[in-house]
Design a protein around this ligand. Structure first.
Ligand SMILES: [Zn+2]
Length: 507
């Protein structure tokens, strides 16, 4: 099967939505299409290209020439220009990367830290060149685990920017080859290559805690992402068959070279396979894509339309989605994961799909879609305050079923997703607190969703949904904390929610 090319593009118009829903239970209603769609103030292409230029034919033996990033904007943004060539047969990725790093803190920086998640795998990351943009090599850099320290010759003062150039190779591992990196889609299987957290990136910097870099753990996510602008060029070589690329952003290339621009995103990920069946839908100015393996096309169609419906509902409840694309990809391994503009959905959910909207396949599609707001738009410290995105994403499942399947809400959600597990534990647990995944999930995800539901019942729907919208818009493109969450909440209600804190939160 893997020798055949199964790319089928299914363009299905929005009016077919209800016909394509679960064969057993139809959605009770469809939300109206929001009338406003955000338009980026400047094209990402113009913005990123104005900041730097890398000669496409440069090799690691040449000194790249990069012009400095103009710092006319009051708050300069992190910029990535990445050129990657994937040798498909040999599973080797050769990368040239430019990073523009502004110091947006109020303190001078004596060193810069880059996070290199691929260095958590044995024999994968091979750095061949690292230099400042004037061509001066950085000989005294120090790579320890996933942390690359770069000492400054002189402090980088607030408001100033430094540019770094890296050349490196990734010898791609089989998926899940390292326990140290925790569960991640990174690597290859017989029918899929996934590039997630594949490039060195700049973590957030806080005056009181320095670089926000956490230790990996056996479960849960540990990376913290500031927003950045991405300009990514991908070429493929040694292709024995046609393949399809799924990515966080639209492909604006010429077919030979694949080019992607992502403005103010948390990260850029992509996936390659010869076996994808493709679904596509336009909604509110965003292209929603679905990539699933052909044997799972029937379940995949349901997951895709759950994604479309969830996207529409959350756009209304939480605010407009600010990017041109959202992509769903079937994951050829046993866990799903959210990224900016793209999420992976576990193949096990496709296999266990029972034809009803109550299947985990549908619930998790809604969950992962909501992470574009609770993770993408509003980020958080995923290691120390994972409830901020996971409790909201889990409760977003509830909102999906409440809206589309109100008559089956208990049957489809509470009785499948929550009640069988008798959840317990503190909602504000870190990923390091629990003794195992089940305990972590029950506390952070399930108790988290029960807490959010209790909060909604306490303050009423009007205040609750106004609060969520306010929280999303206030902390858009930022990294919110629990204190931020409750500060915004306090502005929307006079109700005393401290009993809920006593019940659900470890003080
Ligand atoms: Zn989640």
């Amino acid at each position: 099967m893997k020798n055949l090319h199964f790319t089928i593009v299914l363009i299905i118009i929005l009016s077919a939505l209800t016909a394509c829903s679960s064969p057993q239970v139809e959605p009770s209603h469809t939300p109206a299409i929001p009338t406003q769609m955000p338009v980026p103030s400047a094209t990402p292409e113009a913005e990123v290209e104005a900041s730097a230029s890398i000669t496409p034919t440069a090799t690691a033996t040449e000194t790249p020439t990069v012009s400095p990033t103009p710092t006319t904007s009051p708050t300069p943004e992190i910029q990535y220009m990445i050129s990657a060539e994937l040798d498909y047969v040999n599973l080797l990725l050769s990368v040239r990367q430019f990073i523009s790093i502004p110091n947006n803190s109020s303190t001078p920086l004596n060193e810069i830290m880059l996070v290199v998640p691929t260095n958590l795998y044995q024999g994968v990351f091979n750095l061949t060149y690292i230099a400042w943009d004037d061509g001066q090599e950085i000989a005294d850099h120090n790579l320890r685990g996933s942390q690359l320290y770069i000492p400054m010759q002189e402090p980088l003062n607030p408001g100033m920017t430094k540019n770094i150039i890296l050349y490196y190779e990734l010898r791609l591992p089989p998926n899940n080859s390292s326990a140290e990196a925790g569960p991640t889609p990174f690597g290859y299987t017989t029918r899929q290559i996934n590039l997630v957290d594949w490039y060195p990136f700049v973590p957030p910097y806080r005056k009181d805690q320095g670089w926000m870099m956490r230790d990996p753990w056996a479960y849960g996510e540990f990376l913290v992402y500031p927003v950045a602008n991405f300009d990514v060029t991908i070429t493929l070589k040694n292709l024995p068959q046609a393949v399809t690329i799924a990515a966080s952003a639209p492909d604006t290339g010429d077919g030979e070279t694949h080019k992607y621009y992502l403005k103010q995103g948390r990260n850029f990920v992509w996936s390659v396979s010869p076996s994808y069946t493709v679904f596509e839908e336009q909604l509110n100015g965003t292209t929603i894509m679905g990539y699933v393996f052909l044997p799972d096309a029937v379940a995949g169609e349901q997951a895709f339309y759950a994604t479309v419906n969830a996207f529409q509902l959350y756009s209304e409840l939480y605010g407009p989605y600010p990017h041109p694309m959202l992509t769903m990809v079937e994951a050829d391994f046993d866990h799903g994961m959210e990224y900016q503009g793209l999420y992976f959905l576990n193949r096990g959910f496709f296999a266990s799909y029972d034809g009803t909207a109550g299947s985990f396949l549908i619930a998790i599609a809604a969950h992962e879609t909501s992470h574009q707001w609770w993770y993408g738009l509003v980020a958080n410290d995923q290691a120390l305050e994972p409830w901020l995105d996971e409790a909201l994403a889990t409760y977003s499942e509830y909102l999906f079923y409440e809206y589309y399947y109100p008559k089956r809400l208990d049957d489809f959600w509470w009785d499948r997703r929550v009640n069988p597990y008798h959840p317990a534990g503190w909602v504000n647990s870190t990923i390091y607190n629990a003794s195992g995944y089940r305990e972590y999930r029950d506390a952070v995800y399930l108790q988290g969703a029960i807490f959010i539901n209790d909060l909604r019942n306490l303050i009423g729907d009007e205040a609750f949904f106004a609060f969520l919208k306010d929280y999303a818009s206030t902390y858009a493109n930022q990294i919110a904390t629990g204190n931020d969450f409750f500060r915004i909440l306090a502005g929307h209600t006079d109700a005393d929610f401290t009993p809920l804190l006593t019940t659900y939160f470890q003080r």
